[in-house]
Design a protein around this ligand. Structure first.
Ligand SMILES: [Ca+2]
Length: 270
């Protein structure tokens, strides 16, 4: 390096930044004004990482998601106690309705437990907490939401990762470019972010494709997620028991984790 003239070294450095510099290459922004320029930079980076034409064109078709940013800025960071959280999320209703959901889908849950070792309770609890059993999955354009959050300066790195995963999924035909879901890019009945779909999505109903809007696909994928996070068939999932750790992988909030365990137990009848 010492022997390379300054001009060439600087040029080389620029090339390195331009072609393999990771997220730093595309500059984040806090309003819509830089989004189009950022998209072109991210597209170049994605192309360099092997994303093909279908993914790139889906990215270029995204629009700055004002609704997503509004929802993101409006998130309150105050902490709820476990009781407050459970009341706010309707935990007792979820437990009551969850018992019927378990009974109505008994064959599906039995098949999932055979394959992944995860019983119905925590799966039904997650299903109820995330989308009220598939009754509200959101109507935001998923790729625009994820691209906007990747561009936004608040959590650039986290969402850039999800955006790259979403582009891979689209490229491979595993996610539709027109997919819609929740405000932060979560998809389907148990609200998977793109990277989770890529890593843990499975075809639960056996129709040959992974579609998280499908009940069986979403629940099997959720069981697969828990299994991949260390779930041990037959072991307990309450705080202090071996499978609580897998539940902790689902959501970072302690009150959320405890609610899954409590509601899950109420559904499983333990
Ligand atoms: Ca399927």
């Amino acid at each position: 390096m010492m022997r390379i003239g300054f001009g060439f070294a600087a040029l080389l450095a620029l090339c390195i930044v331009g072609f393999s510099g990771g997220a730093e290459a595309a500059r984040c922004g806090n309003n819509a004004s830089g989004f189009e320029a950022w998209k072109r930079q991210f597209a170049a980076e994605a192309q360099a990482r092997g994303i093909g034409r279908r993914g790139i064109s889906a990215l270029m078709g995204t629009q700055y998601a004002y609704g997503t940013i509004k929802a993101d800025r409006g998130q309150h960071s105050f902490k709820l106690s476990l009781d407050q959280f459970m009341q706010k999320r309707g935990a007792s209703t979820i437990a009551r309705q969850g018992r019927s959901k378990k009974a109505q889908n008994a064959a599906l849950f039995a098949a999932i437990e055979r394959q992944y070792g995860v019983p119905a309770g925590p799966l039904v609890a997650i299903w109820g907490l995330e989308t009220a059993f598939g009754s509200y999955m959101g109507n935001q354009h998923t790729l625009s939401a994820v691209a906007t959050l990747a561009y936004d300066c608040r959590r650039t790195e986290f969402f850039s990762d999800h955006l790259m995963a979403a582009l891979q999924l689209i490229d491979r035909g595993r996610l539709s470019a027109s997919q819609r879901g929740a405000m932060h890019g979560e998809v389907g009945q148990t609200q998977f972010l793109p990277k989770a779909i890529l890593l843990y999505g499975v075809d639960g109903d056996g129709n040959g494709r992974v579609d998280l809007n499908s009940r069986a696909d979403a629940l099997a994928s959720t069981a697969n997620f828990l299994r991949a996070h260390g779930w041990r068939p037959g072991a307990g999932y309450q705080p202090g028991q071996p499978n609580y750790r897998a539940i902790q992988g689902w959501n970072a909030a302690g009150v959320y984790q405890q609610t899954i365990a409590i509601v899950g137990r109420q559904i499983d009848g333990g």
